[in-house]
Design a protein. Sequence first.
Lengths: 233, 780
Amino acid sequence: MTMKIGVVTFPGTLDDRDAQRAVRLAGATAVPLWHADSDLKKVDAVVLPGGFSYGDYLRCGAIAAQAPITQEIIKQAGQGLPVLGICNGFQVLVESHLLPGGLIRNENQHFICRDQKLRVENIDTPWTNEFELNQEITIPLKNGEGGYIATDETLKRLEGEGLVAFRYLEMNPNGSMNAIAGLRNERGNVVGLMPHPEHAVEAGFGPDTAAAMRSGVDGLKFFTSVLKAVVNA
Amino acid sequence: MGLFKKKPAAPAVDLTHLDTTAKAAAEPNKEQPYVALGLKTEEYESIKSILGRRPSSSELAMYSVMWSEHCSYKSSKIYLRQFGEKVTPEMKKHLMVGMGENAGVVDIGEGWAVTFKVESHNHPSYIEPFQGAATGVGGIVRDILTMGARPIAVMDQLRFGAPTDPDTARVVHGVVDGISFYGNCLGLPNIGGETVFNKVYQGNPLVNALSVGALKHGDLKLAKASNPGDQVILFGARTGADGIGGVSVLASETFDADGPSRRPAVQVGDPFAEKVLIECCLELYAANVVAGIQDLGGAGISCATSELASNGGAGMRVELSKVLKRDESLTPEEILMSESQERMMAIVPKKDLKAFKAIVDKWEVEYSVLGEVINEDRLYITWHGEEIVNVPPRTVAHDGPVYERPVAYPAYQDHLNYMSVHVAADGQGLHRHNDNGSELAAQMWQIVTSPNQASKAYITDQYDHYVGGNTALAMPDDSGMVRVSEESGLGISIATDANGRFCQLDPYEGAKLALAEAYRNVAAGGAKPLAVTNCLNFGSPENPEVMWQFKQATAGLADGCLELGIPVTGGNVSFYNQTGDVAIHPTPVVGVLGVIDDVARRIPSGWQDEGHNIYLLGTTSDELDGSVWCEVIHGHLGGRPPKVDLAFEKQLAEAIAAASEQGLIASAHDLSEGGLAQAVVESSLRFGVGARIWISEICERDEVDRTSALFSESTGRILVSVGREDDVKFVGLCEARGIPVLRIGVTDSSAHLEIQDVATWPLADLRNGWSATLPELFAN
């Protein structure tokens, strides 16, 4: 039996079908999860994809953090369920207090879509175990509110405990503190980041690389990592 | 019913001022503000003769908006017909739905079809750039949705005033933010478009939006109401006082002292509501519980009810008070005219009503049943039971007035055409620095860094081009390309083009030039051009000289399509783009749709590897009139645009397709604005691959000077890079097909672009210059 990874759809979610494709390409079965349900359908891991949940008319992710499905995810995350939040999903994790800090409007006030270089700074998570430590990867970034902020105390703790999972390289696109692109929780099962690994999983449709146009598939390892983690668990 | 809830008594509705059809019959001589609503006396009289009485104020509202230029195409109709007439059976082969529906539908094989259309939202985008542009995207996406298709991409064609004019930044920021805000929230990749600055667009920016959708053949829907008894349901956002500025003259007659006195003219968009509506409609289609869905755009409920009934050859009975409103003070006339966004009208068989409700409830979309389809050629609308509309739907929707407006050859035209590059500057001709390499280099730099030729990344980086995971090509490549079938890799590509300067010099040839360039761009990406859409942006049709431009441009486009053998599937006309007496340059935006059997075969516009040979296909003539060189270096516009040879364009496209199928070419980039100079810069910067280029052989073979070799905008040319191992095969293929082919350079690892005897630039410098222009003008 293949592994089942849930992909949540809130009204206004945009990258759910892309996340489902990424799950399939990694060799798992994608299970659609609906915001109004409380049933996680016995999935082995959950992806909160990008988009504008409920229009994000409050702070980004704030309404989705209150959704029935999110309440169940928070509960099971506490029991070790691997959860990956991408972009709006990261915002939901932060608003749910599964990860600390906050995300604000990009420094330049504009939406940004670009191929972004990152450094993977923590590989002790179910979503990053296939990477090398400090591996440099390129995956698309596309957000309007991706500026990471936290108190000095929180930043110190994040850095001190090695909870920064991804850091922007070469340029900090949205003015994030400490160039933080993504975080993990203490237990390691919850990971969130602004850039989009699900858009770099299939040659021909990913970021440009030195080898060929749109051939970047660095994002696939997020999904193969979780397969490995669950099989070994 | 009634056991638990006792309905509170509805507040008494004051109907004393309501202008019913009965009142219209009883008070035939009541003065009506038809002039203020934009109707001419003859048009008003014609409404009276259709109805056999004066219209009620609600009927007047409907006719006035549906007979407006925007909705009725009354000045353009006689010219648009030729797009349906100048076609061969061969051209119709792939056409599943032609002009006249919400959007044309083209068969792309493997059981797939696509639908695409481009529309203008020019005037609202000048008044309120953010909302104008946002709702432009929203409107075109809903059009695509009505055909049963899932929207898969958007593009936009923008024209702004002079880049240094203080008002331009206001419009640029608003429009780009609006497209970015709305488009990004819909989850549709933005795969390309155009941005052009020219002072003729100062008071009339053009904001055209294109959308494309994909569907399986069996899922095709047509928005029509034909089965009596089917329910008429309005769903989506509530109806508010958006975009009804015009009808306030009617409203002002009935407003009491407490009512709002002014209504906004521009609509406000909510992309979240639209995204939910998209998914909801697709689920309704999949469950097969709707006979048809019509979007509500211009003219709102007036348009949706009359068009659905007229298209289905049936009638409709509607109770207007059942419309869910954001503002209870709305009058029936305003409700009929409201252009509130994110609304749809569905025709639902009674037996499917329960299933329909379950789906819209799941998406938490509000709906109300307004009425039903009837077996009678009549549209009846009541307001709290009182009849306010009783009309034959066809007279509102399709049988509006048709005008053959006066046409006059422009008084300025002969002089404009006379003032070519050879006679300008007091008969001396525009100065050329053919013998001075550093002057040529300076001109080239000036052109490449000019606002129209510089990188548009400042704008396009604000758009999501990844979402969907199917984008195979996007800006800055020549065309946008998306995969349609994940199984086979089948995909489509789209390119749009319009050169207003060429069209000003010769609208007939200018339209053909736009078609030729869009066609060539699609071919350069490796796709086979299949169909055409257009958005015709012109000045006032009441100006005979503008009407001449329109007549010429439509003839040029129709003739061009016939020659290329690809049909026009639909389009849009935007008139009155002028400030005072000054019209914009005629700007017929032409979009060409292509199909590619496997997007893995797509060709990028930039050089990918070192050691490849660079070939120029086609020949170069001394064609600088209307060129970027004239505009940027000399501030000149005159003469005649470059010649178009569509038979050759077709040959060229077929050669690229054949070479691509054999995997012979690594890149292809069409030559257009800025000529060869612009193309080599873009091809080198695309992936940061340097090259050495020589132009001496172009000068020798084509007998042109160095200025023409670098900057001429002769058509039918593509720059191609080819790996050494494929060299012989590629050249042989071109020669066998009669395509002039000339090796003009080689890519290398120098990280420089060298144009022999002209200039050598480090790519980093070139990139900095090319990329800096728009941020310097508009960032902050």
